[in-house]
Design a protein around this ligand. Structure first.
Ligand code: GDP
Ligand code: MG
Length: 672
């Protein structure tokens, strides 16, 4: 087990195609984990392990991998860049301590990089910026650094300059030591260091002075040196850069060409030197599950009680494993742990360190590590795993609501059962994926975050589960809400052979502001107290009924309150109350009047000035509400809210409107 200050939990995040997978592959190779590097375009990489990822050349599942560099243990999470999989990015950011953001030296800051940048900001993740593809025609390091500053508002600390560019790109100038580091392009070449040549010295000095000025702004020791006009040493600078990066004061900027095996080793060095260990980040907090007002803090130490977050479920040959980030304490293989959500103990049968293509058994794992646990049957994404005698409930990971659905049908009835089974497994893995049977048509509907998301699911059905399925046209997922407050009572009574069922429930529904979600609460009088199992049964009845309004869509922005419950002791009151609550709710909704809500997306378009009019006109035809149009270093940025139903085919239309020059991102905003 590595000492905590020798652990780095990092993610590589980037706009699609910037080179994230290639960089990850080089990390693994340089660390000695893989011996043959498969290129992305050959469809052979080790990180993109799902076949459809290899084919599409994109990375979908965040696979966690452990590698060693300079006696440090680096846990690498390969995060997806596509907007449909935003939840995977957020999930990863919750459990990471630092990130490497990869930019393309030609494309620079693209809309999707802005998205992930803002997410990293939200989760206070310290970052390094890596400007990749410096060998490509049109690569421009200074321009990308300018975009980092202007578009992302980053306080950049440029610690390397490119040595040559495009075809002649050969390595970097290390501004701390004022050395050039050249690479031959052979994957195992560790680079050759030499003092900066005379003709480049002036430029290098100027860049180093600029770096010192940036650091002097955020570090007292360097400020003193700066004022005394003394040059800080490389060690002094490195220490200051580390501190300032961890405190989010600066973003060190590096460059290279991963595909050409140039300068990725220095990026690994920078991960070790500048990104935080789990001990460098603020202690994690949660609440006491037994009294939710009591905040509990845990410092990242093996000596503290266990607190871990289940951040990803992986299904492997039908068996379930759980990725855990351990924030405090230790887990031993075979030990019993506590899940405060289910209020059940569970056994961790086996523990593994995860490499890209294999697992290594562990006896024990400590604070700061990321491991895979087998044997946790009930844990789902977002659950806390803790010590029973010191319970803590960590904040859950936000889940996103699915907004697109398609009908799916097996090509032959013989595989119907396999289809249902496979879908159920995928639901367990992915909190943004849902399966539902349409009550009227009997069709199976699957829903998710976007068209690509569902495409990938259908593809996996075929490959992993050998189920060929036919799918319908994508449909928008609607919601319903109520127009006015209303109250209703329902009684349920039934005589069965062996049992009598009885329950009577009164409930109220109240419309909430848009975006509030659903609230199901009990306002039953405390005297005489209603037994908790009966309250739970009635609430479960309400929750179930909320799944389907008068038009068959789930309810949204509604508060449902349990006002009264009556039962008879001899009547199996749980069943009676549950059914009565559902019926009371349906009656109340019908009295209140229901209204359909549609998903509205926050859309951001970047376009050159000359296409602005055309893009805005087109958005208006799509019922867009345009909130802001602004100039960002010569590019016009439009922010708008647009109903999802009007956004089908938008990428094609935008491309032809702007001759391929405009780009956009879209994420779920609200049901409205
Ligand atoms: P990802 O989508 O961010 O994971 O990007 P990939 O690693 O899949 O790379 C996208 C494409 O860019 C692939 O065709 C890579 O071979 C190519 N690529 C990656 N790094 C470099 C580089 O340093 N230089 C050049 N010229 N191409 C690169
Ligand atoms: Mg990739």
């Amino acid at each position: 087990m590595a000492r905590i200050d020798r652990i780095r939990n990092i993610g590589i995040v980037a706009h699609i195609d910037a080179g994230k997978t290639t960089v990850s592959e080089r990390f693994l190779h340089h660390a000695g984990l893989i011996h043959r590097v498969g290129e992305v375009h050959e469809g052979l990489t080790q990180m993109d392990w799902m076949p459809q990822e290899r084919e599409r050349g994109i990375t979908i599942t965040a696979a966690a991998t452990t590698l060693e560099w300079r006696e440090h243990e680096i846990h690498l999470i390969d995060t997806p860049g596509h907007v449909d999989f935003t939840i995977e990015v957020e999930r990863s950011l919750r459990v990471l301590d630092g990130a490497v953001v990869v930019f393309c030296g030609v494309g620079g800051v693209e809309p999707q990089s802005e998205n992930v940048w803002r997410q990293a900001e939200k989760f206070h993740v310290p970052r390094l910026a890596f400007v990749n593809k410096m060998d490509r025609v049109g690569a421009d390091f200074d321009r990308v650094v300018g975009e980092l500053r202007d578009r992302l508002g980053a306080r950049t600390a440029v610690i390397q300059l490119p040595l040559g560019v495009e075809q002649s790109f050969a390595g970097v100038i290390d501004l701390l030591t004022l050395e050039t580091v050249r690479y031959s392009g052979e994957i195992d070449d560790v680079g050759t260091r030499s003092p900066v040549a005379a003709e480049m010295l002036q430029e290098a000095h100027r860049a180093r002075a600029a770096l010192v000025a940036v650091i002097a702004d955020v570090d007292d020791q360097i400020a003193e040196r700066f004022l005394a006009e003394a040059d800080p040493t490389a060690e002094e600078l490195a220490r200051a850069i580390r501190t300032a990066t961890i405190r989010h004061r600066i973003v060190p900027v590096l460059c290279g060409a991963a595909l050409r095996n140039k300068a990725v080793r220095l990026l690994l060095d920078a991960v070790v030197d500048y990104l935080p260990s789990p001990a460098d980040v603020p202690s994690v907090h949660g609440v006491n599950p037994d009294s939710p007002d009591e905040v509990v803090h845990r410092t990242p130490s093996d000596k503290e009680p266990l607190a871990a977050l289940a951040f990803k479920i992986a299904m492997d040959e039908g068996r379930k494993s759980v990725f855990l980030r351990i924030f405090s304490g230790t887990i031993e293989a075979g030990a019993e742990v506590w899940n405060p959500r289910t209020r059940q103990p569970e056994k961790v049968a086996r523990l593994f360190a995860v490499h890209a293509d294999r697992r290594k058994r562990l006896d024990r794992a400590g604070a700061g590590s990321i491991v895979l646990a087998a044997g946790l049957k009930h844990a789902t994404t977002g659950d806390t795993i803790c010590a029973r005698n010191a319970p803590i409930l960590l904040e859950r990971i936000d889940t996103y609501e699915p907004v697109i659905s398609i009908a799916i049908e097996p090509r032959s009835q013989a595989v119907r059962e396999r289809l249902d089974l496979a879908l159920a497994k995928m639901v367990e893995e992915d909190p943004t994926f849902r399966v539902k049977i349409d009550e009227e048509t009997g069709q199976t509907l699957i829903s998710g975050m976007g068209e690509l998301h569902l495409d990938v699911i259908v593809d996996r059905l075929k490959r992993e589960y050998n189920v060929e399925a036919a799918v319908g046209k994508p449909q928008v997922v609607y919601r319903e809400t109520v127009l006015r407050p209303a109250e209703s009572t329902a009684t349920f009574e039934r005589e069965l052979k062996e049992a009598r069922l009885y329950g009577e429930v009164t409930c109220r529904v109240v419309p909430l502001d848009r975006g509030s979600g659903l609230r199901v609460v009990s306002a039953l009088p405390s005297d005489p107290a209603v037994p908790q199992p009966l309250i739970d049964a009635a609430l479960a009845g309400l929750e179930e009924a909320c799944q389907s309004g008068p038009a068959g869509f789930p309810l949204e922005d509604v508060e449902a309150t349990l006002l009264a419950a009556r039962w008879r002791e001899d009547s199996q009151p749980e069943v009676g109350l549950k059914v009565a609550a559902g019926e009371a709710f349906r009656r109340a909704v019908s009295l209140a009047g229901a209204q359909r809500l549609e998903p509205v997306m926050a859309v951001e378009v970047l376009t050159p000035e000359e296409h602005l009019g055309g893009v805005i006109g087109d958005l208006q035809q799509r019922r867009a509400q345009i909130h802001r149009v602004g100039d960002r270093s010569g590019i016009q940025q439009i922010e708008a809210l647009v109903p999802l139903a009007a956004m089908f085919g938008y990428s094609t239309d935008l491309r032809s409107l702007s001759r391929g020059r405009a780009s956009f991102t879209m994420r779920f905003h609200a049901f409205s």
